[in-house]
Structures are given as C-alpha cells and as structure tokens.
Design a protein around this ligand. Sequence first.
Ligand code: TYD
Length: 149
Amino acid sequence: MTSTVPYPHAPAAGALDRCRLIDLPRVGSERGNLTFIEGGVHVPFAVERVYYLYDVPGGATRGAHAHRSLQQFLIAASGSFDVVVSDGVEERVFSLNRSYYGLYLPEMVWRDLVNFSSGSVGLVLASRHYDEDDYIRDHDEYLRAVGAR
Ligand code: TYD
C-alpha cells in the first residue's frame, strides 16, 4: 500500500549533514585514560538512556532502522564497527574505532551497524527512553516517509 499522506516526521533537509563525528574529552595519565560525556555539552541532547551492544557475532548487522524523533550518539567503547547512514538517497559510512570520539545521529536517519570487530562494545547514548513506536523498521516505509519513493 502506498500512502500519499505527508509524513509528520519527514526530516529537515540535510539530515545526513547533521550526522557528525564528535571528539570527546580525554584525561590521560600513567594510570590510563578517561573519557567523559555530559548531555547537552558534548552531545547536543540530554541523555535519557544508555545501552550497549556486545558479543556481536562476526558478520552480524545491527540497527537496520530509523527513529522518528530519537537522537543518538554511538561510540566504539572497545574495538571497532562501521555505521552506514542513509537519508534514502545518499549513503555515508563512518568508522568508529576509538573510545574518545563518537557519531551523532539525528532523527530520521536510516542506520546499519556493520563490521563489528571481535569483542567490540558499542555504547549508545539516547535522547529518550525506549519506545518501539519511535522506530521505523520497514525500509520501504522509511523511503516513503522521507519522500525518496
Ligand atoms: P534494537 O534497537 O532493534 O537493536 P539494534 O538496533 O542494536 O539491532 O533493539 C533490539 C531489541 O532490544 C528490541 O526487541 C528492543 C529491545 N530494546 C529494549 O528493550 N530497550 C532498549 O533500550 C533497546 C535499545 C532495545
């Protein structure tokens, strides 16, 4: 079924340009390194939720969805993985492989997380509590929502 009703959460122009890597503070000493993140300071939203991905089998893809209103910040807390972001037209790939920077994702961006290294840990900060209604998991629905189909 194809809907002709304008989607209420179509992204602002330049959604992909709003995806960006953000460097985080590093406090280093002979005792090791420390990085911290303050909501609204180092990431452009108040953090309401934290979750992490781990024990991801080789070859697995995480993500494969967009969020209607959620903003997120992704960090490779250990190891590495790639984030493929798309606005339905263009695609960009961000490689995360250090724990002192991360990727900011605004709302309405499709993301696939791929190429997890063995033992990697993906740390995610989110602007809202978990809400399944905020997900768009169907790619065709996403393409219609952003006017790409
Ligand atoms: P999902 O966000 O689809 O994971 P990923 O994008 O990493 O592949 O979530 C996977 C499952 O976990 C899904 O059934 C919902 C559940 N979940 C929660 O219950 N709370 C959460 O905060 C998150 C992120 C997921």
